[in-house]
Design a binder for this molecule. Structure first.
Ligand SMILES: Nc1ncnc2c1ncn2[C@@H]1O[C@H](COP(=O)(O)OP(=O)(O)OP(=O)(O)O)[C@@H](O)[C@H]1O
Ligand SMILES: [Mg+2]
Length: 181
């Protein structure tokens, strides 16, 4: 009993002490005249799970799209693992990041889509291997080995050669998780 309370407390404390993996500082986003996000401040710690809840059109997807480097904030800063996402430091000043910087940071961020976006003509294993090989230029053998490990981790070690149409919804979601890892 005491042991489990202590464990809980330790886990809680480690969240408090850890450096955030994601920080939003006074982030604003407008589309034309309409200001959708009016100063978002948010800190996410490693291993912390966060759910964004709010009415349709309130800006949840926009918050995520900025983290995925798909949408540039109008102002404010987003910091991932200690690095500015949308800015680079030059002569002690923060200036907007160029496409090359964005390409670099994109490699470190994974996303599981609501619609899993698996390629229907590729096996589960090929679906997992394709981004590391074509986007991150990982060699084929290592991408294959890593993909197999991730698929085994999510319990799909026996489905490597199956096609997306042969999987259940939950199994497809697990492929998307393995692919994002
Ligand atoms: N590219 C865009 N151009 C113009 N307006 C946009 C664009 N993207 C989003 N918006 C607008 O910004 C607002 C927030 O959209 P967003 O998709 O972030 O909402 P959401 O909270 O994810 O909604 P839902 O729960 O319906 O998915 C909406 O009013 C939307 O119409
Ligand atoms: Mg949305």
């Amino acid at each position: 009993m005491i042991e489990s309370t202590k464990t809980h407390k330790d886990a809680h404390n480690s969240f408090e002490e850890a450096e955030p993996i994601v920080t939003y500082k006074n982030v604003h986003k407008s589309f034309g005249e309409v200001e959708v996000l009016k100063g978002i401040d948010l800190e996410i710690k490693p291993a912390e799970k966060v759910a964004l809840i709010g009415p349709s059109g309130s800006g949840k997807t926009t918050i995520i799209r900025m983290l995925m480097t798909l949408e540039r904030p109008t102002s404010g800063h987003i910091i991932v693992d200690g690095n500015y996402l949308w800015h680079v430091e030059k002569n002690g000043k923060l200036i907007p990041a160029n496409e090359r910087h964005l390409r670099e940071v994109r490699g470190d961020i994974g996303m599981v889509f609501q619609h899993f976006n698996l390629f229907p003509h590729m096996t589960i294993l090929e679906n997992c291997m394709t981004a590391p090989i074509h986007v991150q230029k990982e060699n084929k053998a290592s991408a294959k080995q890593r993909s197999i490990e991730m698929l085994e981790k999510v319990g799909l070690g026996d489905k490597l050669e199956a096609y997306p149409s042969q999987l259940s919804g939950g199994q497809k979601q697990r492929v998307a998780m393995a692919r994002a890892s």
